[in-house]
Design a protein around this ligand. Sequence first.
Ligand code: GDP
Length: 445
Amino acid sequence: MANAIIVGMQWGDEGKGKIVDLICPAFDAVVRFQGGHNAGHTVRFADRHFSLHLIPSGILHGDTRCVLGNGMVVSPEAFFAELDRLVEAGVETAGRLFVSDRAHALLPWHVELDRAREEARGVHAIGTTSRGIGPAYEAKASRHGLRLGDLGSSDLEAKLRVEHARVAAELAALGAPEPTPDGDLARLSREWAERLEPFLADTEVALAEWIEEGASLLFEGAQGALLDLDHGTYPYVTSSSSTAGGACTGSGVPPTAIGGSLGVLKAYTTRVGAGPFPTELEDDTGDYLRRRGNEFGTTTGRPRRCGWLDTVVARYARRLNGTGSLALTKMDVLDHLDEIRVCTAYEIDGETVRSLPADLAKLGRAKPVYRTFPGWQQDTVGVLEYDQLPKPARDYVRFIEDEVGARVDLVSTGPRREETIVREGGALHDLLGERFTNVLDARGA
Ligand code: GDP
C-alpha cells in the first residue's frame, strides 16, 4: 500500500482531525512534517474529547507509531503538557512516539516576540496564534535556532547568551517587557533535554527503515494550502510548507516514497485572522454558518470568518497537492439552508478569472461568480450510503467533483467517526488498497 499525505484544501480548520482519525487504522504510522502547536485537532476517544496540538491523533490508536518530523517547531512545554494528558488517560507512548532531533525548539522567547510584534502591527496584525511559531521558524531560517538535539549541548549557555541579546534588543525597541533571562532558559533547556531524551530519534532513518519493511505512512498536514508560506495568501500565511511538498522536506522522505494525497475540503469556507477572502459572508448566512458549524478556533477561541465554498481556491489546492481524492466535511452544516452557493470564478476588473491571483490587492477586488443550488433541507447526519443523500446534496457533491477535478471519496456529516459516508472504488480506495476495509471498519455501522 502507498504512503499518503493528508492536506487541508482551504485556510485550515477543514476538519482534518476527524478524517485523520478515521483513516488512521489503514496506516502503521502518522507523521507530522510542519507547524507546531498552532494546529488543533479535536478527537473523541473513549467518551472524552482530546485536543491535540503537536502529537498526531494517531497516538490514540492502539499501536500506530507517531512521528514529529524535522520540519516542525516543537515547544517542549507544549509537548510535555500533551504527554501528561495522554499518560493520565492511560495512553501508552513508549516506543510509539518519535521526535526528530532536527526539529527546532520553540522557546519562550519566540512567544514573547510573536506577541510583541503582533501588538506592534496594530491594525495590520496578521492574526497569528501568538504561540511563537513564526519567530521559531525565523530563528531556523536565520540560523540562530536551537534544534531539539542541541538542548543539552555543552555550548548551550553561550548560544543562549548571544541570542538573548538579540531578542532583548528587539523587545526593547517594541516597548515590550524584557525576555526570559538566558540563565533561566539554560536551566529549563537542560531539564527539557533530559525529559525529551527517550523520544528523540533520527526520525529520517527510522522512516526509511519502516518504508523498507513495508510499513505504510500517513503524512498529516496542519493548517491548509492557502496558508502555505509559498503558495498561500502571503503575508497572511503560516511560516511553514503546509502543502504536499512540505511532507518530503519536513520528514526527510523522498517524493518517490509517496503515492498520493487526500484533500480535506469543507463544504463551505472559513478563515481565521486577516487577509483576502472573496466568498466571505458578512450577513445572517455567515452568522448561521458560524453558529451551526461551531466555527470558533480550537486553539484561540476566535470566531472564524465564514463564507461559501470557493472552487477557485479548491482547484488551486488540488493542483498544488496533486489531490485525486477529496474528503468533503461539514455537509450537515448546510442541511437547512434554502439555497447554497458555490463560487466557480472571480470577476476582477471586468475580467473573469478561474485561477487564484498572487497579487493580494487584485484578490481583494475579486467578485465571486456564483452557481446557486437549491438546499436539500433535511438532515444528512449519520447517512452512511452516498445514494441515500438527498438528490440536491448529491448534485452539490457532483458539481464540486467536476469543478475541482477530484473524486469526493468521503463525505462527513457530523463530528463523529460514524457520521461519514465512505465511497468505494475511488482514488482513496486505490491508494489504500486492501486496507480500505480498515476505514470501513473504523467508520462502523
Ligand atoms: P482541523 O484543524 O482541520 O483538524 O479541524 P478541527 O479539528 O478544528 O475540526 C473542526 C471541528 O469540526 C471539530 O470540532 C470537529 O469535531 C468538527 N467536525 C469535523 N467534521 C465535521 C462534520 O462533518 N460536521 C460537523 N458538524 N462537525 C464536524
